[in-house]
Design a protein around this ligand. Structure first.
Ligand code: AOS
Ligand code: ZN
Ligand code: ZN
Length: 387
């Protein structure tokens, strides 16, 4: 197996984008619990995101969501991010909270509604240009609840048309990243349910259209690392939305439900040239309903870093030799050795060498930041759902 010293250079390349909505209050349809100190403005979300980066060195960008993060002056938001040591990243569109989108947005049969949804994406592209970021991420709530409710085939055609209009509006350095989701909020069919559908659409659009893989968006038992390998092979894995799910799209802390799955995914990312590759963005898509949000994000990026380190330590030569000689047990042993390697002490030392706290969770807890924001900020708002 590789030694930790051999991978320290590679660890430098890790960058994980945080979702602005992780810092707002969120919950289920049953209850949204408020957290003292919740950001009241996108500026405060950006400051909280910068704090995660300050303690970990792992999260240099924060994604924004429109309209949740609407501000009068995006250059000011961008400057605020820079002043705090980070940058704004992906712009997420939102066509899922307005009444007019009840029966669809980019797939709606009414051209007026489709136009409105396309115009919303144009506005997102303008913001992208203003903040100098690259990716427009589209996740659609479009779908139907009952067989017969919509014409599945026709909706695909309308989607293709709408995506074309959006794609053609992108600048030369911008990308469209299309996320898929098997279920929810539509329960019978969603219009972009799987990687194949997303791949079909982005392939038709052009080189700057990519697939976003949200780890929580698959049926139980799906071999997600296979999808990762395939999309990398096809050159269309644009980004990850990392999170954990126990039942459905929980958006819980990445690595919490199945660290081994996260390891397997990262092994394929490394194998396929997706690690340290700016074309493959690592992002979190999480909410923290009952735990403190900033340490929740710190824990999350550390989990990704830990599993990345283990994936980088995998002895690929020994694995290949075992695979080629048909030695199933040896191959499995090599693979599991890397997974079971405890890298926590090495990572702590590595951080300290870089002037970061060896234990970011403890250092943040000792900083008093949460108490300060609880006193300073009153009346925080929800992450989304009408914010
Ligand atoms: C929804 O399930 C998706 O994961 C999206 O990425 C969504 O935009 C994000 O969760 C914020 O709502
Ligand atoms: Zn997502
Ligand atoms: Zn999701």
């Amino acid at each position: 197996m590789a030694r930790f010293a051999d991978i320290t250079g590679l660890l430098e390349r890790q960058a994980i984008e945080l979702p602005s909505w992780a810092f707002g209050n969120s919950g289920t349809r049953f209850k949204v619990f408020g957290t003292p100190g919740t950001p009241r403005t996108p500026f405060e979300k950006v400051r909280d995101a910068a704090t995660v980066h300050e303690y970990t060195g792992l999260a240099p960008t924060v994604a924004i969501h429109i309209p949740w993060d609407t501000v009068d002056d995006y250059s000011l938001l961008s400057r605020t991010a820079h002043d705090h040591g980070i940058a704004l990243g992906t712009v997420n569109s939102n066509t899922f909270q307005d009444d007019e989108y009840k029966f669809g947005s980019l797939t709606h049969t009414d051209p007026v509604i489709r136009r409105r949804a396309i115009d919303h994406h144009y506005a997102c592209i303008d913001i992208l240009s203003e903040i100098g970021a690259r990716d427009l991420k589209i996740w659609l709530a479009d779908g139907t609840n009952y067989p017969g409710q919509g014409d599945i085939r026709r909706r695909q055609d309308l989607l293709a048309e709408s995506l074309r209009a959006i794609y053609d509006r992108l600048g030369p350095d911008q990308r469209l990243v299309l996320e898929y989701k098997l279920f929810e909020p539509a329960f019978y069919h969603t219009d972009v349910p799987d990687w194949g559908t997303s791949f079909a659409h982005v392939s038709a659009l052009g080189d700057r259209a990519m697939v976003c893989l949200d780890t929580g968006h698959h049926a139980p038992g799906t071999n997600i690392e296979f999808i990762v390998a395939q999309l990398l092979r096809l050159g269309r894995l644009g980004s990850f939305d990392f999170n954990s799910r126990f039942y459905a799209d929980d958006d819980l802390i990445v690595g919490a439900a199945d660290p081994f799955q996260l390891f397997r995914i990262l092994v394929e990312v490394v194998n396929g040239g997706g690690y340290g590759n700016p074309d493959v963005a690592f992002m979190l898509d999480q909410c923290h309903n009952i735990e403190a949000k900033i340490p929740g994000q710190i824990r999350s990026v550390l989990n990704v870093q830990e599993m990345t380190a283990r994936a980088l330590l995998l002895d690929r030569d020994a694995l290949r030799a075992a695979q080629d000689s048909g030695d199933v047990l040896a191959a499995s042993a090599v693979f599991m050795d890397a997974f079971y390697t405890d890298v926590r002490a090495d990572l702590a030392a590595w951080r300290e060498n870089r002037g970061l706290p060896g234990d970011p969770m403890a250092a943040f807890a000792a900083s008093g930041y949460l108490d300060r924001i609880a006193t300073d900020r009153v009346g925080g708002r929800q992450a989304g759902w009408g914010a």
